[in-house]
Unconditional design. Structure first.
Length: 287
């Protein structure tokens, strides 16, 4: 089952550890080596029903990690909101092709952004020394990968928890199953992802060039106004991609008000527990 991506498995020396995993993040992503056109079509069809139900419940699967250099000094970003903290806590790193991009490619709907953009993280050394797929990389290379993703307009997403992050996905709105639930299924952005910021445009400075709307925003959260572009706050996920390339410097990130921010669950098991309660399921036997 581990070989087929139906459960999670890892080896530490002579010891093998296994655990059950959900469809996402889990079984779906583990199909990366086996995905073909037939399975891609099945996943695409399933996603329409699964996404509509899954992404409307809380806590959200993913949280947005904004581009860190765009967080203003007066904003007190917590460790789980910072890429540097998540990478800094890791000791092993693996880069993989994006399963969503591969699926869309098999469906002849691929985009032009890089595909080798998914990052797995482990808190102990040596976990990814002999990967079955993907590429074992250093911490320095992990940071370079994230910089490449920012340059190519990809949103940093990770598990919506405070501690124990083991992946960072780098996503586009045309391929990513998470962001597509906003763009194509019409699920409100606040239900799909947890975010702590939103972008704002100074209309007095905006040059109305359209770069933010046409090239950078992955969730269609920026529209043209009479005199300047404006951010649709309810759609904005606060990733900061629009801020980095604004030629006039009209854009900046604003931290949400405390009453608008929902802290994520403490860790992976707390997330599963919270989700189970929403569904009326008791998972105490699996803890």
């Amino acid at each position: 089952m581990w070989e087929k991506g139906q459960i999670f498995g890892v080896q530490f020396g002579g010891t093998s550890l296994y655990k059950m995993v959900p469809w996402a993040f889990g079984i779906y992503e583990f199909q990366l080596p086996y995905l073909d056109r037939e399975l891609a079509e099945m996943c695409e069809e399933f996603g329409k029903v699964y996404g509509e139900q899954f992404f409307r419940n809380s806590p959200q699967l993913m949280q947005v990690i904004p581009i860190e250099r765009e967080i203003e000094a007066q904003h007190e970003a917590l460790p789980y909101e910072r890429v540097s903290s998540i990478i800094g806590n890791g000791q092993s790193f693996l880069s993989n092709d994006c399963i969503c991009k591969k699926e869309q490619g098999l469906m002849e709907k691929s985009c032009t952004r890089p595909i080798d953009v998914c990052l797995a993280i482990a808190p102990v050394p040596g976990v990814f020394e002999n990967p079955k797929y993907g590429r074992n990389i250093s911490k320095e290379e992990a940071f370079k990968l994230l910089n490449k993703c920012e340059e190519n307009g990809l949103v940093h997403l990770t598990w919506n928890v405070k501690n124990g992050h083991f992946f960072i996905c780098n996503c586009c709105g045309c391929c990513c199953g998470v962001l597509r639930s906003i763009n194509e299924l019409g699920v409100p952005a606040s239900k799909v992802v947890n975010s702590y910021y939103f972008a704002e445009i100074d209309p007095e400075i905006c040059a109305s060039c359209g770069v933010c709307s046409d090239e950078r925003c992955q969730v269609k959260a920026i529209e043209e106004g009479e005199d300047a572009y404006r951010v649709i706050k309810d759609r904005c996920i606060g990733c900061g991609l629009c801020v980095t390339t604004c030629p006039s410097g009209a854009m900046h990130l604003v931290r949400k008000k405390p009453e608008e921010i929902v802290a994520p669950p403490e860790d992976e098991m707390s997330w599963f527990d919270a989700r189970a309660k929403v569904r009326g399921v008791d998972i105490s036997a699996y803890k």
